[in-house]
Design a protein around this ligand. Structure first.
Ligand code: AGP
Length: 608
C-alpha cells in the first residue's frame, strides 16, 4: 500500500528518496512521485507505473536538492494515473504526500473549491495541500498549518509536506497511519515503513497519533496533539541489507518459503524449555491472565485469519477453551456480544492491517479480559497497542503472498494453546508430546521442501487451467483455504476450498477434466471418509493431486499422490502448508505473473 519517504540532508537527496521508494515496492503500488527543494523552486516529478520509470525521468531531468518528499501510491480514490499520483501541490507552493483515507473529503473539497482552489486530481489527498495553503494565507506558519489539519481532517493520515518558501524543512503530521523518523548524522529521514530508511539509520522515533514535526538537516522538533514540544523515545532497530534482498532466489516469495525451517526455529527460540512452554512468553503477567481465560475471540484478515481457524481447533483440544473467529473487516460492525473472561486475540504479519487495528481499538473500549497479538513487526501499531504480544520473529516478509509469516503464526498460536493449558493446569502429557514435536518440526519442514521436484511435475497441468478446487477436512480445511488463496493471489487462477465432505452438497457439479482437485489427506480418523470423498471426484473424471502420508493407500489414475514426511498429527497443518506454497509459486512462475507484487494487491493493507 502507499509508502512515504522524506529526507533533509546535506547530500543529494533524489537518489536516496528513490532508493527508499524501491525498498517499499513490496507493499504494492501503481504510481510514484517526488518533490524536492531546488535552488530555483521545487522539482516535482510523477510517473504512472514502476519506480524505475520515475528513476528514468530523474536521470533525464536531473533535479538537484537536499530536502524532499516522495511517495508510492496504491489507488483508493481515483484511478492509477500520473495526475492522481503524489506529491500533490497547491499553487506550486505546498507539496504533500499522504497515506490513509480522508473520510470527509467531499465536504472539504467543496469548501475549498468555494474558496477558489482548483483540483487537478480525483484523490482524497490533494485537498490537504490546499488546506495547508489556506492556513498559510491565514497567517499561520507551516508547522501551525500541519497542526491545524486535525481540526478539519476526519480519517487516517500520515502526511509529509514541503513549502517552496521554506526550503530547509519538511513537515510531518500523523493520525492513525504509521509514520516514523530516522535519525542520521546531520541528516534526518521520515518514512511510513522502517524498511525504507533501514539502510540509512538504525535509530528510529515512532510518531504518535496527533503528533506533528518540523525537520531540517540540522535538527527536528516534535509536537504532541496539544501542540506542546515533546521528546519521543528513540528505538534502535537493525535492518540488514541481507534481510531485505533476494539473495540467490528469483523472488522474495521463493526465498521466504525456503527460509521456513529457520523462521520456525526463531519463533520457538526462548519460548519452550524442558518439557513445556515457558512462563509469561506473551509478556509479564500473561500466564496469570491466561489462567482466567474462558473464551477466545480471534480477529484477523486473509492468511492470518486462516491461522486463527486452525488454532481454534488447538484451543479446543489442548486448552479446553471455545473460540469465536471473525473477519477483521466485519468484527467491529457486528456489535459483538462479549462473554465474561474473553481474551481478544489478533493475528497480523504486518501489524498495520487497518481492519485488524480498528477491531483492536474498538475492543479496547469493550469488556475484554485483555488483548493479545501474534505479530511479526515489533514496531507496528498492533504490536504496540496490544496488552500482550508474541513476536513471530520470522524476519521481514517482503513477498505480498504470506508464507513464513503464516507457518510461524501457527507455531506461535500452538504455543498460545499450550500456555493456556499450562496456566489452567490441563493436558500436561499432551503438552510434553507437543514440545517434543515442535523441536523436531524445523527438520521435518526442511524435508517437505524436497517435494519441489514432484510439485514441478504437476505444476504445468494446473497452470493451464482456469479453476482449481482445494479439499481438506477438520484442521486441514483452513489449510486448503490458504492453498486456494495463495494460488489465486499470485497466479490469478480462480481457486476455492471446501471441507471434503461438503463436495456432495454442491461443488461436485463443477468436477470434470478441467477442474484439478488438490486434496490434503494426512493420516487421521477422517482419512477414510476423505478417501471416499476423493473417490467421488475420481468417478467424475476429476484430476486429483493428493498430498498424503505413507499410509494413504490411494490408487490415483488421473493425477498424482505425493508423500509427505510424518510428524505429530497436531502439527501436520503447518507441514501440509509447505507443498501448497511451493505449488502456487511454481504455477505462477509458469504463468509469468508478478509473483512478489501481484496485481491490485498490497502487502500492508492500511485502509478499511
Ligand atoms: C496473504 O497472502 C495476503 N497477502 C493477505 O491475505 C494478508 O494475510 C492479509 O492482508 C492480512 O495481513 P496481516 O497479516 O499483515 O494483517
Amino acid at each position: 500500500m502507499c509508502g512515504i519517504i522524506a529526507a533533509a540532508t546535506d547530500r543529494s537527496v533524489g537518489k536516496l528518496l528513490v532508493q527508499g521508494l524501491h525498498k517499499m515496492e513490496y507493499r504494492g503500488y501503481d504510481s510514484a512521485g517526488i518533490a524536492l527543494h531546488q535552488e530555483d523552486g521545487v522539482a516535482h516529478l510523477r510517473t504512472l507505473g514502476k519506480v524505475n520509470l520515475l528513476e528514468e525521468r530523474m536521470i533525464q531531468e536531473k533535479p538537484k536538492g537536499k530536502v524532499g518528499i516522495a511517495h508510492t501510491r496504491w489507488a483508493t480514490h481515483g484511478e492509477p494515473s500520473e495526475s492522481n499520483a503524489h506529491p500533490h501541490s497547491s499553487k506550486n507552493r505546498v507539496f504533500i504526500v499522504h497515506n490513509g483515507i480522508i473520510e470527509n473529503y467531499l465536504a472539504l473539497k467543496a469548501a475549498l473549491s468555494k474558496k477558489g482552489y482548483l483540483f487537478q486530481s480525483q484523490t482524497d489527498s490533494e485537498l490537504i495541500a490546499h488546506l495547508i495553503d489556506s492556513f498559510l494565507n491565514d497567517g499561520k506558519s507551516m508547522i501551525e498549518g500541519m497542526q491545524a489539519l486535525k481540526t478539519s481532517l476526519e480519517g487516517a493520515y500520515a502526511i509529509a509536506a514541503i513549502d517552496k518558501e521554506d526550503s530547509n524543512y519538511f513537515y510531518l503530521a500523523r493520525n492513525k497511519s504509521p509514520l516514523l523518523l530516522g535519525l542520521g548524522k546531520d541528516e534526518y529521514f521520515a518514512a511510513s515503513d522502517p524498511l525504507a530508511i533501514g539502510e540509512l539509520t538504525n535509530q528510529f522515533i515512532f510518531l504518535e497519533d496527533g503528533d506533528t514535526a518540523a525537520v531540517s538537516a540540522s535538527g527536528l522538533e516534535i509536537f504532541d496533539e496539544n501542540q506542546k514540544a515533546v521528546e519521543r523515545n528513540v528505538t534502535k532497530i537493525d535492518i540488514s541489507a541481507e534481510t531485505t534482498s533476494k539473495g540467490n532466489y528469483k523472488h522474495f516469495m521463493e526465498k521466504e518459503i525456503y527460509e521456513q525451517p529457520q523462521a520456525i526455529r526463531n519463533t520457538l527460540d526462548g519460548r519452550i524449555g524442558g518439557e513445556d512452554v515457558l512462563e509469561n512468553i506473551f509478556g509479564e503477567g500473561s500466564s496469570k491472565l491466561l489462567a482466567e481465560v474462558k473464551r477466545i475471540q480471534i480477529v484477523a484478515a486473509g492468511t492470518s485469519l486462516h491461522a486463527g481457524r486452525v488454532a481454534a481447533n488447538w484451543f479446543s483440544a489442548i486448552s479446553q477453551v471455545p473460540t469465536q473467529i471473525d473477519f477483521a473487516s466485519e468484527y467491529t460492525y457486528k456489535n459483538p456480544y462479549i462473554d465474561e473472561n474473553t481474551l481478544l486475540v489478533t493475528i497480523s504479519q504486518s501489524g498495520e492491517t487497518a481492519d485488524t487495528l480498528t477491531s483492536l481499538r474498538h475492543a479496547k473500549n469493550q469488556s475484554y479480559l485483555g488483548s493479545l497479538t501474534i505479530c511479526n513487526v515489533p514496531t507496528s501499531s498492533i504490536a504496540r497497542e496490544s496488552d500482550f504480544l508474541l513476536l513471530t520473529n520470522a524476519g521481514p516478509e517482503i513477498g505480498v503472498a504470506s508464507t513464513k509469516a503464516f507457518t510461524t503464526q501457527l507455531v506461535a498460536l500452538m504455543m498460545l494453546a499450550m500456555s493456556i493449558a499450562k496456566a489452567k493446569n490441563v493436558n500436561p502429557k499432551l503438552r510434553t508430546r507437543i514440545v517434543t514435536a515442535l523441536r523436531a518440526l524445523p527438520e521435518i519442514v526442511e524435508e517437505s521442501l524436497k517435494l519441489k521436484k514432484e510439485i514441478q511435475e504437476i505444476s504445468p497441468k494446473i497452470a493451464e487451467k482456469d479453476n482449481a478446487l482445494f479439499l481438506g477436512r477438520g484442521m486441514f480445511y483452513p489449510i486448503a483455504k490458504e492453498g486456494a488463496l495463495k494460488l489465486k493471489e499470485i497466479s490469478y487462477i480462480h481457486a476455492e476450498a471446501y471441507p471434503a465432505g461438503e463436495l456432495k452438497h454442491g461443488p461436485l457439479a463443477l468436477i470434470d477434466e478441467n477442474m484439478p482437485v488438490v486434496a490434503l489427506a494426512p493420516e487421521s480418523e477422517l482419512a477414510e471418509k476423505l478417501i471416499s470423498n476423493l473417490e467421488e471426484v475420481k468417478a467424475r473424471s476429476g484430476t486429483l493431486y493428493v498430498f498424503g502420508d505413507a499410509s494413504s493407500n490411494m490408487q490415483i489414475d488421473s493425477g498424482k499422490l505425493m508423500t509427505m514426511p510424518k510428524c505429530d498429527f497436531l502439527l501436520t497443518p503447518i507441514l501440509y502448508t509447505i507443498p501448497l506454497q511451493i505449488l502456487s509459486y511454481e504455477v505462477a512462475l509458469i504463468r509469468g505473473t508478478d509473483i512478489d507484487q501481484p496485481r491490485n494487491l498490497a502487502k500492508s493493507v492500511t485502509v478499511e
